[in-house]
Design a protein around this ligand. Structure first.
Ligand code: TXA
Ligand code: MG
Length: 319
């Protein structure tokens, strides 16, 4: 079993040596390797069983590190977005420098970069002396990990799990591409489109773009799935089977209960729902009394857009 611990210096040494280390971030745990070491990055794809057409996000410790990743001239909207949201749960895609290995970007001419707000994430990146390519630290298609033990349970062949406690947001970063005058929301996430519009009013969600000008190979219909059937509840009057697990928005949000109910918040606050969502799905996956999982809808405003995006992908087979 992979060792889990809190030794930041040790984790940074391993990263320097081209090893794989799971690192905590404020969104979800990442499976990190030196972004400039192609062999190390290749191991990420191998242990995650991730298709090679799905590019990785590169994590930095400070904004100066953008110079090693983004091709000059860097679009000024990148700096406007960075000023407003970084460090934090925003990933920015921009034309890459030649020196960024193709394996990181799956051959795309652009690279995705993010500076996490989690202090341990930034410290381990700083000590490693390089930028860290990291997808979420789960097997491909499975639930994203929000705790060190969620990573351990995937039993991937990695070198160390750096335990930084529970992820604050519990939902992956928002991904935005900046290409010339086109600003595209590629993946809804912890930062909402309403917040982004204050800085880049011209931003459009990729789903609204007709021509295939923008590529985001990671946008699969099915993703983030628990190993048990997951159904999104649309009606309130449904009678759930005995072996059902229910993820309810709050104690007041539903009349339905089962012996296995988890409340995702105490008052319907969607930030709490997001923070607890993957963790609750992991708990249902591990609970032997539960054979199928039901989850309540949330309204698609603010972070609710990202919550419903993840739920639809997790439930895709059963919609
Ligand atoms: O919060 C997060 O973003 C977490 C933590 C670990 O930072 N990471 C994460 O990585 O969610 P991953 O690999 O699960 O998702 C990366 C997303 C995918 O949808 C991928 O297609 C997109 O970013 N992406 C990466 N590079 C891209 C590029 N050059 N162009 C377009 N999309 C890109
Ligand atoms: Mg992922």
């Amino acid at each position: 079993m992979t060792k889990t611990g809190k030794d930041i210096t040790f984790a940074a040494e391993l990263l320097k040596q081209g090893k794989l280390v799971a690192i905590p971030t404020e969104t979800v745990y990442g499976l990190g390797a030196d972004a400039f070491n192609s062999e190390a990055v290749a191991k990420i794809f191998e242990v995650k069983k991730r298709p090679s057409f799905d590019p990785l996000i590169v994590h930095i410790a400070n904004i100066n590190m953008l110079d090693n990743l983004f091709e000059k001239p860097i679009n000024e909207k990148v700096f406007a977005l960075a000023d407003a949201f970084l460090p934090g749960a925003l990933t920015i895609v921009h034309r890459k420098k030649n020196t960024v290995p193709d394996i990181v970007t799956s051959g795309l001419p652009s690279v995705a970069v993010r500076m996490p707000s989690h202090p341990i994430a930034r410290e381990v990146i700083r000590l490693s002396g390089t930028a860290i390519a990291a997808p979420s630290a789960n097997l491909f298609g499975q639930l994203s990990p929000t705790k060190a033990q969620h990573v351990a349970k995937q039993q991937m062949d990695i070198d160390y799990i750096l335990d930084g406690g529970d992820a604050d947001f519990g939902i992956e970063s928002t991904v935005v591409a900046v290409h010339d005058d086109l600003v595209t929301l590629l993946r809804p996430g912890a930062i909402s489109i309403e917040e982004l519009k204050k800085v880049v009013p011209e931003i459009v969600p990729i789903s609204e773009i007709k021509e295939k000008k923008i590529e985001s190979p990671g946008l699969l219909k099915s993703h983030y799935s628990p190993r048990k059937p997951l159904y999104i509840l649309s009606k309130e009057d449904i009678l759930l089977p005995q072996n059902a697990g229910l993820l309810a928005v709050s104690p007041n949000s539903t009349m339905i209960t089962t012996p296995q109910t988890i409340y995702l918040s105490n008052n319907g606050d969607l930030l709490q729902v997001a923070a607890n969502l993957f963790s609750a799905l992991h708990a249902m996956e591990e609970n032997p009394a539960v054979t199928e999982i039901y989850v309540q809808l949330v309204s698609e405003i603010g972070i609710g857009v990202a919550i419903m995006d993840r739920l639809r992908k997790a439930a895709y087979q059963y919609l």
